[in-house]
Design a binder for this molecule. Structure first.
Ligand SMILES: Cc1cc2nc3c(=O)[nH]c(=O)nc-3n(C[C@H](O)[C@H](O)[C@H](O)COP(=O)(O)OP(=O)(O)OC[C@H]3O[C@@H](n4cnc5c(N)ncnc54)[C@H](O)[C@@H]3O)c2cc1C
Length: 289
């Protein structure tokens, strides 16, 4: 369980950071909070020769709101900073709630939103709610700057569109007319457990008519997946308990879970049914994002 030898760089700018990534190529890896990288290095799953730390890059810290652009979350923001952010508590409490139910306090103090996204673990808690809120990620590297929707950024377990010499710098949630959103997670323990199923929902309601719904399922497919048929079922309809039940059944049918130590395929599908209904109901009734 000892760490293998590695060189450690602490760049003072994003340009210096991606320059180091370009210079060392596959031998280098970014380290943010290190809760995943260091664990894997200790377990001999990863052995980067060079670690490029983001800890001095203050431009990747902080959460702000810019009118016309939306909420901007620096990639180095920790889970506990998400929980305690006044900006998020006012605009998207659902993100605070998702972060609050992750891991334990130690991990929430170290683990970052960027690390959670780039890890691309199917059970990760932040991608479903961020996708439901239409988040885009900003990537900066030797080829310049680009933005990609988070939904398209994660392409498989542990795989993303990030290039070797790129740094994920920020996550942007554009201004939008949502009336409610939430993330619900079912784990085998109350806290510190990975999601067996996670469901994020975001809705635009006009009275009891659902004008738009986004439903994103976590831990039941290789990537966080939109349950698009279930979303369509709700569109333009008056929301009743029966319709929510039908939507849950539809989302369960769309999900593609695998069986593992935390649950069978059938168990996970049933959890998707139940949690889709609960998440939609909460997003609709509580009326805050
Ligand atoms: C005990 C324990 C419990 C956990 N519980 C949960 C849980 O309940 N829910 C959950 O979702 N996760 C959980 N995790 C997983 C992990 O803590 C989170 O995914 C965390 O957010 C990772 O962030 P980090 O900053 O520590 O990432 P790091 O370990 O620093 O990096 C992770 C990966 O992302 C890359 N990376 C990080 N930041 C950037 C960036 N800005 N640009 C480019 N690449 C980057 C790194 O190179 C690496 O490949 C748990 C982990 C542990 C050890």
């Amino acid at each position: 369980m000892y760490l293998p030898d590695f060189e450690y760089y602490v760049p003072e700018s994003v340009t210096e950071a991606y320059g180091l990534l370009a210079q060392f190529g596959d031998r280098a890896k970014v380290i943010a909070g290190g809760t995943d990288v260091l664990t894997k290095m200790k377990q001999n799953i990863l052995a980067p020769e060079v670690l490029v730390s983001l800890k001095n890059l203050n431009q990747l810290a902080g959460i702000s709101y810019e009118k016309g652009k939306g909420i901007i979350i620096g990639s180095r923001v920790t889970h506990n900073e998400l929980v305690n952010s006044a900006v998020l508590q006012e605009k998207y409490l659902s993100i605070c709630e998702a972060a609050h139910h992750m891991a334990n306090n130690q991990i929430r103090n170290r683990g970052t939103v960027g690390g959670n996204i780039v890890n691309a673990v199917p059970s990760a808690d932040l991608p479903p709610i961020l996708i439901a809120l239409g988040a885009v990620v900003k990537l900066v590297g030797t080829g310049g700057e680009r933005t990609v929707s988070l939904e398209e950024f994660i392409i498989g377990p542990g795989k993303t569109e990030l290039k070797q010499d790129e740094v994920l710098t920020e996550i942007v949630i554009p201004d939008q007319p949502l009336t409610g959103s939430t993330y619900m997670k079912f784990g085998l323990r109350q806290s510190g457990a990975l999601a067996v199923v996670g469901v994020a929902a975001a809705v635009v309601m006009d009275g009891d008519i659902c004008e738009e719904a986004r439903i994103v399922l976590g831990a039941v497919a290789p990537v966080p997946m939109r349950a698009k048929k279930a979303e369509e079922l709700l569109k333009g309809k008056s929301v009743t308990d029966e319709l929510l039940e039908e939507t849950g059944v539809c989302a369960a049918g769309e999900s593609k879970p695998i069986a593992d130590i935390r649950g069978s395929v059938e168990y996970r599908r049933d959890l998707v049914r139940v949690f889709t209904k609960r998440a939609l109901s909460k997003a609709i009734k509580e009326g805050h994002c």
